[in-house]
Design a protein around this ligand. Structure first.
Ligand code: SF4
Length: 474
């Protein structure tokens, strides 16, 4: 059977670029009349996929002549790229929209756009339409590449633009991208998800799995290298499925090997892996390719087999632990992280003990733990809770206590050792300190000159905290 081409036609991408040129002309006119360039402010909520999408939004806005600001109060255009995975991320956006309303009252020409996973949900788009009339553009994940057309219409027609068409999703290549960090980059290798975990909204807002062509990915990474990039993180909701829809003889391990061959790349990371698809070939590839970082993020979500079944995760606690044992055997110094949901509706206190069991058995370097958040439209949203909020919070706190002790212990093992660190820049918490990451993704803070940003340096680790290490330049 002939494979359906999911790529947005090149003519359509060109049409969108024509809209960018038209907006650019309007913005040049604005500059000549006002002696200042129009400014745009973007905010990203949620995962790395969203961060990567925002880089495309900023790439398009830059081509359209916008200058960037972090301050919504002075921006001519504000775009929020939203997340739908948890309720509190949505509440934050609604809160911000309330603040924007007041700003727009003073600056009626300001344009406001809401995009991403939250906007893709029909009930949310409807709520925003009805309650937040100051939002000018609402567009979902599938319409991201149409931003130029949407923005052009919002500027010229001065009427609200909404595009949340439901679709299985497309792939839009050759969009401009603006990355802040030149030494490392996220590279999406696929989009969407076919797994339908019972709690997760992603398959409903990001469409079916679709892989980018390997040559497009390699071409993007080659371009990144030319601009000074040495570390790439390959992104997908389930990278282990890469290539399944391509009808080519290629899987994720093959792609990793191709990236490993690229001269100039020093570090390769990837996320996210699904335990059910994580297999021996990938473990062998990780062990044999020198550029693939000694780091694995493998979400297990819950330790109880009953809860895993209810979540539609398609693996058991025992299978997960076996896979982890294989990884540790093949790569003894591997750094492990995971995602855990506490308080899934059917989880009992006894089930939760299985989660604690897995955490203690694996000894993850770090975990990303969340209290279950009900998502409208998912099967789990119809379930009643077995545990009370108080019990769920108590379990959550206990999980953090158990993990924090493990994280500290794992970090203590670094003290006295010399680590190679790719310097990100100034530390978020202390402007006199540099911050970077080891191959194992540990954050290392140390004193040094900002000119080291983007470089690999040797740092002797002097002391360890729960979430980071301190050190000194060697
Ligand atoms: S694998 Fe499951 S949790 Fe991950 S994005 Fe797909 S449906 Fe959501």
């Amino acid at each position: 059977m002939k494979k359906k081409d999911v790529h947005v036609p090149i003519e359509e991408i060109q049409r969108q670029k024509d809209f960018l040129n038209r907006i650019s002309a309007i913005n040049t006119q604005f500059y000549l009349q006002n002696e200042r360039r129009r400014t745009a402010c973007t905010r990203t909520y949620g995962c790395q996929q969203n961060e990567n999408d925002t880089e495309k939004i900023r790439g398009m806005l830059e081509e359209a002549g916008y200058k960037f600001t972090d301050d919504e109060n002075i921006a001519d255009l504000v775009i929020y790229n939203t997340c739908a995975v948890r309720e509190n991320a949505e509440m934050k956006v609604f809160g911000r929209l309330g603040i924007l309303k007041h700003i727009k009252e003073k600056k009626p020409d300001m344009l406001i756009g809401l995009c991403g996973c939250m906007a893709q949900q029909e009930h949310i788009a409807e709520k925003i339409s009805k309650t937040y009339s100051h939002v000018d553009m609402i567009f979902g994940t599938h319409a991201l590449y149409k931003l130029p057309e949407i923005l052009y219409s919002a500027i010229t027609d001065k009427k609200r633009m909404i595009d949340i068409d439901v679709s299985d999703g497309t792939i839009a290549e050759n969009l401009p991208v603006k990355r802040e960090n030149t030494s490392k980059a996220w590279v999406s290798i696929m989009y969407g998800c076919n797994n339908f975990c019972s709690y997760c909204i992603v398959p409903y807002v990001r469409g079916r799995e679709r892989s980018r062509m390997p040559e497009d990915i390699i071409c993007e990474i080659n371009d990144l290298v030319k601009n000074g990039c040495t570390e790439v993180t390959l992104l997908g909701q389930n990278v282990n499925s890469y290539g399944k829809d391509l009808h080519l003889d290629i899987d994720f391990s093959d792609l990793l090997k191709m990236v490993d061959q690229i001269e100039g790349i020093k570090r390769i990371r990837f996320m996210t892996s699904h335990p059910k698809d994580f297999g021996d070939k990938l473990i062998e590839t990780m062990a044999s390719c020198s550029k693939i970082c000694r780091q694995l993020h493998l979400p297990f979500q819950a330790g109880s087999n009953k809860v895993l079944k209810d979540m539609n995760r398609n693996y058991t606690k025992e299978e997960y632990l076996q896979k982890i044992a294989k990884v540790k055997k093949a790569i003894p110094d591997i750094s492990l992280s995971t995602d855990i949901i506490v308080g899934y509706p059917t989880e009992t206190n006894e089930d939760f003990e299985d989660t604690i069991d897995v955490v203690k058995a694996v000894e993850f370097d770090s975990i990303f733990s969340f209290i279950y958040s009900r998502r409208t439209g998912t099967p789990a949203a119809k379930l009643d809770f077995v545990l009370s909020e108080k019990e769920i919070q108590r379990n959550f706190n206990r999980l953090l206590d158990v993990q924090n002790a493990i994280s500290k212990k794992k970090n203590d093992e670094y003290v006295g050792k010399i680590a190679e660190v790719l310097v990100d820049g100034v530390s978020k918490n202390d402007k006199d300190t540099l911050s970077g990451r080891t191959d194992s993704a540990k954050i290392v803070n140390f004193k040094g000159d900002l000119s080291l940003a983007g470089k690999y340096v040797k740092v002797r680790i002097t002391d360890a905290h729960t979430w980071s290490l301190n050190g000194e330049l060697v």
